[in-house]
Design a binder for this molecule. Structure first.
Ligand code: MRU
Length: 354
């Protein structure tokens, strides 16, 4: 039996290893992969068995713990030096989602600050990975509920468009953009979700629709190039997407194609929301031009299943993310509330002062 999405946890600690839902096999097969070693975790992140910014961060945190377990010395300094190498391997998997770097940074800080033995540091690393996982679930539930405060008040039942998958599968288990969708559904504020298929990896077609179907949320799949038309037809009341990295000025990197959805939304005067935890904000980057954009294997665009789409002699470009400028974003919905993009940096300063 396939469990309801409320019970979908893409990354959990189980049987002394990390259990990942194999997202490359959904929706046809709902299977799990057991990860015992840090190298296997790095490979799982690279190959997108686990994907989505917060889920990548959680997976990397457990991956670092797995790596710590593999280190055999009892010398603290030697242990920390080896741990940094594991961190380096995990950091090299995917460059855009800042949650990966954030989670590894938090794990390393915990290790360095601990005055305990190596065995005790390992234990603390495990507890920190578990905390990152559990906190993300709560964070997403808060994001979902804050989303309700900014969604258009009319009509009573909204049709929301989303791009890629920013759902339970991409987080600890509730979702950011799909968290807003879930909260709207719970409060009877949702008529339907339109899901962009999200070329080339089809996270919208394969994962977002799957999550919606599990929960009985009405979902309509469209191809990416249909979004503007649907807006023009008056079918969409608001757009909600996730984020992989948000610069201090609010410029937002998310799955390739998000930028064109934002342009279309602006042209049709439709609110465009980004839903993301504050761990996705990279306050060290002043604007989106500094966000590293992952380029993936061209096979993802020239091949569908076993079928090659193009003649030989063609060149390819396969950026996995794009940057939506802050001026196209109505609000960024976080666990601390919804901010106009320009207010993010002010929020950080207030926190610093208080
Ligand atoms: O390449 P992916 O599938 O990891 O990209 C995922 C996205 O772009 C999501 O929208 C983003 O990570 C937010 S997930 C809550």
């Amino acid at each position: 039996m396939t469990p309801s999405t409320n019970q979908v946890y893409p990354v959990i600690w189980h049987n002394n290893s990390v259990s990942l839902i194999d997202q490359t096999r959904l929706p046809n097969e709902y299977t799990f992969v057991a990860i015992h070693r840090s190298e296997d975790m790095a490979q799982a992140i690279k190959t997108m068995i686990v994907r989505g910014a917060p889920a990548i961060g959680i997976a990397a945190a457990y991956g670092l713990y797995l790596g710590a377990r593999e280190i055999e010395t009892s010398d603290r300094q030697e242990f920390l030096t080896h741990l940094e190498k594991v961190a380096q391997l995990l950091r090299s998997t995917r460059p855009t989602a800042v949650n990966l770097f954030w989670a590894i940074g938090r794990m390393l800080k915990t290790a360095h600050e601990s005055l305990g033995t190596v065995a005790e540091i390992k234990e603390i690393l495990f507890e920190t990975a578990e905390a990152i996982n559990h906190e993300d679930l709560q964070t997403c539930q808060m994001i979902g509920d804050h989303g309700l405060t900014v969604l258009p008040s009319t009509p009573e039942k909204l049709t929301l468009l989303t791009h890629c998958n920013a759902g339970a599968l991409a987080t600890a288990g509730y979702g950011t953009a799909l968290g807003v969708v879930r909260s709207a559904w719970r409060e009877n504020r949702l008529a339907r979700v339109f899901a962009d298929e999200t070329r080339p990896r089809l996270q919208g077609a394969k994962l977002t629709t799957w999550e919606c179907v599990q929960e009985g949320i009405p979902v309509t799949l469209i191809t990416d190039n249909m979004a503007a038309h649907c807006m023009q037809q008056g079918l969409i009341h608001a757009v909600v997407v996730g984020a992989d990295r948000i610069a201090a000025n609010g410029d937002t990197a998310n799955k390739i194609g998000t930028y064109s959805v934002a342009i279309a939304a602006k042209a049709h005067n439709i609110p465009f929301f980004v839903a993301a935890p504050l761990s996705t904000v990279d306050f060290e980057l002043s604007d989106g031009s500094q966000i590293p954009i992952e380029e993936r294997n061209p096979e993802e665009i020239y091949q569908v299943g076993d079928t090659i789409l193009t003649p030989s002699g063609v060149e390819f470009y396969n950026p996995a993310f794009d940057v939506t400028p802050a001026e196209l974003i109505t609000a960024i919905i976080t666990e601390k509330g919804a901010f106009a993009p320009g207010n993010l940096a002010k929020y950080q300063l207030q926190q610093y002062v208080s």
